[in-house]
Design a protein around this ligand. Sequence first.
Ligand code: KG4
Ligand code: ZN
Length: 365
Amino acid sequence: MGTQATLLGIESSCDDTAAAVVRVSESAAPQILSSVVYGQDQLHAAFGGVVPEIAARAHAEKLDTCVAEALAQSGLALPNLDAIAVTAGPGLIGGVISGVMCAKGLCSGTGLPLIGVNHLAGHALTPRLTDQLSYPYLMLLVSGGHCQFLVVRGHDDFARLGGTIDDAPGEAFDKTARILGLGQPGGPAVETAAQDGDAKRFKLPRPLLDRPGCDMSFSGLKTAVLRLRNQLVEKYEGLPYQDRADICAGFQAAVADVLSEKTRRALEVYLADTPTQPAIAVAGGVAANQTIRTGLEAVAQAHEVAFIAPPLSLCTDNAAMIAYAGAERFLAGERDDMTLAARPRWPLDQTSPAMLGSGKKGAKA
Ligand code: KG4
Ligand code: ZN
């Protein structure tokens, strides 16, 4: 039997309180022994976005039961673990502090090693948890708070090829839904309405496609949707369902086009280093969108590159990814101690310039 490690992971950087137990071993695929996620959607529903203070308080209240549930479901107790991994950033700082304090308390009580994990590394390493992808692979992270291309070369070696300069695509989906009076979260609502729509009726902008590189922008698209809605409402004194559906289809097609074209460019940069088993993986809630996914798959296929989309429950925020990323650090001999700090910003690639701005779902890093 090779080296084996079982870790508890804790995640509280945004609006999901999560705990999970994951076992990794050198001789077998990683195992998720439990993964518990408590969402906070209802707490924030009335505010049109995540309210950091409410989120932090809810994390602080729920973390202990969440951890207890994850341990119970795994059939293990704290003494059976080898380490505790916790998201130490980037994210909404009150929530991150809640998680880090919880992990420190558990570690000081049990003597277990403490491992701080970058939330984005958790997402970026998920295809290794689910599909044992070998390094280096290309990662497109698309969610309500993040949008970036990363070449993942090692558990602590990431090259950022580009990302959004303003909103994340999920944010744009959510805002579009709000503008059109559809429900939240906006992504699934817009996707459903788009099924009844004609993507060609309204031509929406494809921001930054005319510029080289892999950077993206989605805030202009949302403004275009707002302008279009206002024009239609003025003309017809209302917004019939078909118009809404056509706007959704046009918006979704614009996002899909931008993501596909920028992915093509990112793939070219990644493939220039001739990886032996080339692969592109996606993570984040927006990767659930069928039109976007089909577009990305086509780009991957055209370049003869494997396309990996982990199951949605592991694409969106969860603690299994944190436990797994912590396990990679643990097996590499890395440890943190009680000086581990919660960080609101923490770019994965220390060499490329940090992204500015912070979305409704927290720091984009
Ligand atoms: O990864 P996630 O659960 O949370 C973070 O942002 O961290 O992603 C949530 C985002 C929301 O903005 C939601 O509207 C979007 O993912 N989303 C979708 C779809 N399902 C969820 N966007 C487009 N199409 C979907 N089917
Ligand atoms: Zn996330």
